[in-house]
Ligand binder design. Structure first.
Ligand SMILES: [Zn+2]
Length: 342
């Protein structure tokens, strides 16, 4: 399964090479043209019809980089993207794309004062333990400042529908985009599949790609948060895993094109496609960056609900992922037939 290989591939923001190489290899048989730009975006063009549509999915994942090495041989980290400190201690990590194993350590519970035992461990007090005894042993492993650090999480099936992996934000979107490029053709459209970079540190790659491609419309494909989990008020679940792809009405990066939003909802309703709305105003997607290029580009976001994004392990339901593929496919058909005119 491509999602498995995408999830197991490693690429923090700015260091997406391994993910890009995998996607490039997968897309080669289906692309009419394929290129990378200065920011590392991979653009796959399919078709050359009069309407230009950009589908975006970001390749980068949240993680860390090596910030310092101590004399005792521990690694201090810097964060790449947004991470919740409370879920970090004890996690296994990989250093560099060579996947050198380490564990996120902190002062042992036995040594903590009663007060320390009740608070979450500050990130500044955490370190990666590679089992090294000193700085020289770390250097002998070829680890340098700035090297990427990843959650050491292997993709796994919890059931035939639910899978676990790292980086579903946004390898889920990459899987949706790859499936559309592999399975369908739209001769009436110039379809640009953009596997973009550096979303997690400010929607950077997609902006450059959108400026360059100047599409008539754009859809960002995302793995978004889902919190229909134990103890969460149904009002606060953002999206519900297992209840279909999510269409966004607003988030922190902007308000999507209402025309695109309404067309997606119309298609979902008339074709009886399971769908839901993303119910959180926080968090952003590449659609917000794309929309502000040139004279403004109508853009929106379709997401696959994922529990525990931005942690070491997320869950998603494959029916939601397949539902996102189907919904976006119907939308592209609608554009191609002229039922929806940008
Ligand atoms: Zn994302």
């Amino acid at each position: 399964m491509l999602l498995e290989r995408l999830s197991n591939a490693c690429g923090v923001s700015g260091q997406e090479d391994e993910v890009r190489a995998l996607i490039k290899q997968e897309m080669a048989p289906y692309a009419d043209e394929m290129w990378s730009d200065a920011l590392g975006n991979l653009v796959v063009r399919k078709g050359d019809g009069p309407v230009k549509v950009m589908l975006d999915a970001h390749m980068d994942e949240v993680g860390f980089c090596v910030g310092a090495v101590t004399d005792e041989g521990y690694i201090k980290l810097k964060k790449v993207g947004g991470l919740d400190d409370r879920v970090l201690p004890g996690r296994e990590v990989w250093l560099t794309n060579r996947r050198i194993p380490g564990v996120l350590g902190a002062k042992a519970w036995h040594l903590c004062s009663p007060e320390e035992r009740t608070r979450s461990i500050p990130f500044a007090e955490m370190y990666v333990d590679l089992g090294c005894r000193n700085r020289q042993e770390v250097a002998a492993l070829g680890i340098e400042l700035g090297d990427p650090v990843y959650f050491a999480t292997e993709f796994e099936h919890f059931s035939d529908r639910v899978v676990k992996g790292k980086a579903f934000d946004d390898r889920a979107g990459c899987a949706v985009l790859a499936a559309i490029l592999q399975q369908y053709s739209y001769p009436g459209i110039t379809l640009y599949g953009v596997f973009s970079t550096q979303e997690e540190i400010g929607l950077r790659g997609a902006r450059v790609a959108a400026y360059n491609l100047d599409p008539d419309i754009a859809v960002a494909l995302e793995g978004t948060g889902s919190a229909n989990a134990a103890g969460v008020d149904p009002f606060d679940t953002i999206t519900n895993m297992g209840e279909g792809p999510a269409i966004s009405l607003i988030d922190a990066s902007g308000i999507p094109s209402l025309r695109l939003f309404e067309e997606l909802v119309r298609l979902a309703k008339t074709r009886e496609l399971r769908h839901q709305h993303r119910r959180l105003t926080a968090g952003g997607t590449d659609a917000g960056g794309i929309a502000l290029q040139r004279n403004g580009i109508p853009a929106c976001t379709v997401s696959v609900p994922c529990r525990y994004i931005h942690t070491n392990a997320a869950l998603l339901n494959l029916d939601d992922l397949n539902g996102a593929i189907t919904l976006v496919h119907h939308f592209l058909q609608s554009v191609e037939k002229g039922d929806f005119r940008p």
